[in-house]
Design a protein around this ligand. Structure first.
Ligand SMILES: [Zn+2]
Length: 146
């Protein structure tokens, strides 16, 4: 079995169903890298600007965590999971619709995949969109984007 790691948002609404989904896919023993916005900082934290230092720092931390997961645990698969109605995205963007939020997050997930593939060419990156159907995370739909 392959060794995996997961990038996910820290949002507690993902705790139950997301874990079930991971178990169903054989990722139950994954290293968990959990931070608000999942990989928002990897996708958007590329430019060093004084007013964006926290995003840049989060990117450094996330890439360091992935590096350690690969180096120490031999991770070969990374699951990049984002979710709808994410507070981290709502803080940075004013989406006019759910569709716009999803488009932005999918674009960020694909950008994240390119960045990870450049840094870790042998790693398989799986992108997972998690759509919350209610406010407490009981009804959730998962889509593997790539
Ligand atoms: Zn979130």
């Amino acid at each position: 079995m392959s060794v995996s790691a997961v990038f996910r948002c820290m949002d507690s609404r993902l705790n139950g169903r997301f874990g079930d989904w991971l178990r169903g896919k054989g990722f139950e023993s994954s290293d968990m890298i959990s931070i608000t916005g999942s990989t928002l900082a990897i996708a958007q934290g590329s430019i060093w600007l004084p007013w964006r230092w926290s995003l840049w720092m989060e990117k450094v931390v996330l890439m360091r965590q992935l590096h350690l997961a690969v180096q120490l645990h031999g991770v070969t698969i990374i699951v990049v999971a984002h979710h709808s109605t994410c507070g981290a995205y709502a803080r940075r963007h004013c989406f006019s619709s759910f569709k716009k939020e999803k488009e932005k997050q999918l674009a960020d997930m694909k950008k994240t995949k390119k960045i990870i593939n450049r840094k870790f060419p042998g790693l398989t990156v799986m992108l997972v969109w998690t759509e919350l159907q209610d406010n407490d995370g009981k009804n959730v739909c998962f889509s593997v984007i790539e």
